[in-house]
Design a protein around this ligand. Structure first.
Ligand code: PMP
Length: 412
């Protein structure tokens, strides 16, 4: 059968809804459409039952109690609620003063963590932005070295969305527990793909998103620990008092039911799916780095998600590469923000040079990725890179053994 183009290799950006998820959601659009806050009739009760059903499944996925799951609109909101909510609750001095408390995070976190922390800094909190080494891993040692008397919150992601590296979450959590510091982890790329047990993993707050795990967009969850310690948060949205006051607003019942179904499937299938995708990813990495010299896998080589790889190819120009592989839907190391073409701050944070950052590809596989698609990607990317290099005088010089780092370029 002919391959349907373009092929989708951007599952870290978002995933298609699993048809089983869509099926579970359908009755909640037209029949069970009630407002879960309506206590006096069946429509309201049905909606509430749907939410309870979903909450049970999300809790099970995380090894949490149902009462610890707060539904939100996605991981961005979960991160904002966790970080701002905890900082404001555990602050040392009232708003308007400096020295309200110290927060530790990392320079290669998602913007949905970095920007809330930066806003808190503007409002009088202090923050340390850890810099991981070239492998991209944040260790407990790094966090420990940054800890201060007035540290109130640590926010370190579980797995990185651009390079897939996995941080020392359990160890960082244990350290925070010992010091009495609240620990938040952005688990958007991890939860639903890899096992979580909030007790053993020592997290106090955990963000996740439905659309990364084959559920619908616009819904997510925040795990909020209730025991040892009981974590309190200042709500960031006031109103009807839904979600135990943590997050007011009429429930997105359809979306929440979809997320519940996605969580149920994830728990059942993650082991087999992870193993299958790891094999495909390894095939892709081995073939590409073998066929293409001057290529590198970014981030730690072992401590990585099974389905994601980030590879830089030397001596090709990023935009040209993306144009040449239009049949493969994936992300590049260039973040096209406004008019300027900025290389990815994550890759720069690891110390990857601008050129190699621009010419990097993030390929992320998923539930319906086939070996045929992987073979197609290997062949296409290899052909594109080799062809672009035919036009590169720098590559010719490199092949002739000229050390390009020693050349002094004229700047005009
Ligand atoms: N954190 C990480 C690590 C992510 O990858 C993403 C999605 N790119 C988000 C947060 C934001 O999630 P959402 O789209 O659900 O707001």
């Amino acid at each position: 059968m002919a391959l349907k183009l373009p092929i989708y290799m951007d599952h870290a950006a978002t995933t298609p809804c699993d048809p089983r998820v869509v099926e579970a959601m359908l009755p909640y659009f037209t029949e069970k459409f009630g407002n879960s806050g309506s206590r006096n009739h069946r429509f309201g009760w049905e909606a509430e039952e749907g939410i309870d059903w979903a909450r049970e499944r999300v809790a099970r996925l995380l090894g949490a109690n149902e009462k610890e799951v707060i539904f939100t609109s996605g991981a961005t909101e979960s991160n904002n609620l966790a970080i701002k909510g905890a900082a404001e609750m555990y602050e040392k001095k009232p708003a308007g003063q400096t020295g309200r408390g110290h927060i530790i995070t990392c320079i290669i976190e998602h913007k949905a963590v970095l920007d809330p922390v930066k806003r808190l800094v503007k409002e009088g909190f202090d923050a340390t932005f850890l810099e991981p080494g070239p492998d991209g891993i944040v260790t407990a040692k790094m966090v420990e070295a940054a800890m201060r008397e007035d540290t109130i919150l640590v926010s370190i992601m579980w797995a990185n969305n651009e390079i897939g590296t996995i941080n020392e979450v359990r160890e960082i959590g244990a350290l925070c527990r010992k010091r009495g510091v609240i620990f938040h982890s952005d688990g958007t790329q991890w939860a639903g793909k890899m096992p979580v047990n909030v007790e053993q993993d020592n997290v106090d707050l955990l963000s996740m998103s439905s659309h990364k795990i084959y559920g619908p967009k616009g819904v997510g969850a925040l795990y909020v620990r209730r025991r040892n310690p009981r974590v309190r948060l200042v709500a960031q949205q006031d109103g009807g008092g839904q979600e135990r006051g943590f997050r007011s607003g009429t429930h997105n019942v359809t979306g929440i039911v979809g997320m519940g179904k996605a969580a149920e499937i994830a728990l059942q299938e993650m082991d087999a799916e992870g193993a299958r995708l790891l094999q495909l990813r390894q095939k892709m990495e081995t073939s590409l780095t073998k066929a293409i010299d001057v290529s590198q896998i970014n981030g730690h080589l072992e401590k990585r998600l099974p389905h994601l790889t980030n590879i830089s190819f030397g001596f090709v120009e990023g935009e040209g590469l993306m144009m040449a592989i239009k049949d493969i839907a994936c992300s590049s190391g260039s973040a096209c923000t406004s008019a300027s073409l900025e290389p990815s701050y994550v890759l720069k944070g690891l110390g990857v040079g601008d050129e190699l950052a621009h010419s990097s590809l993030r390929l992320s596989l998923g539930r319906w990725t086939t070996e045929e698609q992987v073979d197609f990607a290997i062949e296409n990317i290899t052909r594109a890179v080799l062809k672009l290099r035919e036009m590169s005088p720098l590559y010719d010089m490199h092949k002739e053994g000229i050390d390009l780092s020693k050349i002094e370029w004229a700047h005009h």
